[in-house]
Design a protein around this ligand. Sequence first.
Ligand code: BES
Ligand code: ZN
Length: 374
Amino acid sequence: MSARSLLTMVLALAPASLLASEAPRLIETKPGVRYWSTAAQRAVLSRRAHQAGRCGGFRDLTNVKISPHALAPTRLDLYGREPKEQSRVNPIIARADEGALLALVTKLSSFHDRNYQTDLGVQAASFIKDRYVAIAKGRSDIKVDFFAHTDFKQPSVIAEITGSGPQKNEIVVIGGHLDSINQWQGRGGVAPGADDNASGTATVLETFRLLVESGYHPNRTILFMGYAGEEEGLLGSGEIAAWFRNKNRGVVGALQFDMTMYPGSSPRITFITDYTDRDLTKFNERLVDEYVKVKWIEDKCGYACSDHASWTASGYASAFPFETAFDEYNPNIHTPKDTTNILRPGHGVSYVKLAVAYAIELAEAQGTAWRVRR
Ligand code: BES
Ligand code: ZN
């Protein structure tokens, strides 16, 4: 057999994900370690990591560029802050509802996939956007938009409750990725992504619903984000966080929800301490004690494992409350088995309560953000 026909045969048998002969992409595997990679190289990277019993992603920086003219990023001093919004927060978190959360996760995970390159991935983003619009009921201080990306078709979704106080130009972000992936079959594979990350997407949407239905009008502006393309290297959040920095937007904190419903051996909230901000993390731990009243621990991913890392890389403060200790996370993610059957909505509700408390406490916190050279 000629070399040429052998190559044709190999290409015919190769999975679609390996054939995606796109232009090389710039990836970062560790802080400072960057190189241009092919799709096949990236597939090998993530399979090797998974065979070693862990995830092990990379940030795709091809379209993530911070302008040298961007101002320094903003910070709000949170060191030693105490919760002060009990009278607003407590009645709202009392309404957090397991059933509503599970219904959303069930609906989102009923899509065959939410892949960043498929039509269904775009339809899932539209479904989420429509939900935000329906909840907003035409309120004039609420806007819901897609954020379009450079070279893939799934958009991110951003819902805004515009602030009405003296700090209305400062921004509180709550987000999670809306895409899903089948790590073994790529684009065509079934990828329900119930825990990773219908759970986080539903957490953000439910937080929005509870805040809107309570009639709350924040001082700072609150943005609710569903990031596209996280599973291929934090693509959506990378472009978004760089855009906010390049526009000199005053983000005071970005809280990430990615996997919230699998409780592992004992239900508790795990704060990820790498690629996150110490003071924002401590503040959230304080909020768990005050409002959520469940146990929390700290752990590390060891790499830039989710969208919080994009905000950190853009110079902003981020925090990441995760479902379990790192060595106990849901074993079914990235496969067709990531369905609702092993999830616990009661565990997920703790994250909705934390998100409501975070949104209100940070939107109302006294003080003004300043720009920090880093
Ligand atoms: N939800 C995971 C991140 C995760 C998994 C955090 C397990 C903690 C424990 C996320 O969707 C993911 O799969 N991330 C990739 C990295 C990304 C940069 C491509 C990963 O972990 O391999
Ligand atoms: Zn994932």
